[in-house]
Ligand binder design. Sequence first.
Ligand SMILES: Nc1ncnc2c1ncn2[C@@H]1O[C@H](COP(=O)(O)OP(=O)(O)OP(=O)(O)O)[C@@H](O)[C@H]1O
Ligand SMILES: [Mg+2]
Length: 276
Amino acid sequence: MPSAPFYEIKETLLSVQGVSKSLGGRLILRDVNVEIKNIIRPGLKQGQVVGFLGPSGMGKTTLFRLIAGIEDPDQGVIHIGADQRPVQKGQVGVVPQSYPLFNHRNVMSNLLVAGKQIGLAGSELTDKAEGYLKRFGLEGEAEKYPMQLSGGQRQRVAIAQQFMCSEHLVLMDEPFSGLDVNAIKAVTDLICEVASEHEDMSLVLVTHDISSAIEVSDTLWILGRDRDDSDKPIPGARIVKKYDLIELGIAWTKGNADLPEFVQLEREIKGLFPKL
Ligand SMILES: Nc1ncnc2c1ncn2[C@@H]1O[C@H](COP(=O)(O)OP(=O)(O)OP(=O)(O)O)[C@@H](O)[C@H]1O
Ligand SMILES: [Mg+2]
């Protein structure tokens, strides 16, 4: 087994405490508890990539909306930042399943509008936008409108837009869905690259794509339901398992999908899914 690299665990960045949520009279989330801590690698830049995995319909987008402050939990609290303040809408970057962009604005203008939201102006604003266009391979698309982009390009603009206006925490809902293998590779590379360039950046993904989630995450939380004595699922998803991919020697390793530890974990989670 590969040995875990040296790292230090620091302050809490996101905490979800005792969160429950019902929708349409059905309990969707039941007493969800999560704590995401800042992890430092001395001498290296490293942000957090945290994945929430669960089968379709389990409540991932519901949890995503609560963490983003778009909706309030029925019970429990969500705190963000080193000062652990209650989350409010607009404080965290959000890349929803559908990558909404301003269709009447071109790519550059979409980024500039986002940066202005947090008070950036002048060359600081344009330098930052140009930096993201370059990093995301979108330099040639700056003048294009969203309708003129491919799905993968639109997604990269949507992610770049969120990085423009929220430096520290960006949530992504199903960042790999509807993409072909090349585009999935581009997104996983992008996520790993962003996390390894910004130590104060935390990316939180919710997805049902087991292998992509293992590829990019340093911690995985599995959403699922407990079973009663007659093996019927008890309503309301909870965190049923947490995997520390750093300790498993999978995180922060390029080409980790070839590691036996990766294959073993993928098999384990795949086996878990039908029982959730
Ligand atoms: N507004 C709503 N009113 C009633 N039920 C809802 C509402 N939104 C979602 N649900 C239900 O809540 C459950 C969880 O939905 P959610 O969208 O969070 O699942 P998900 O894990 O994100 O699924 P997927 O992987 O397909 O995106 C589903 O059973 C869904 O039907
Ligand atoms: Mg969803």
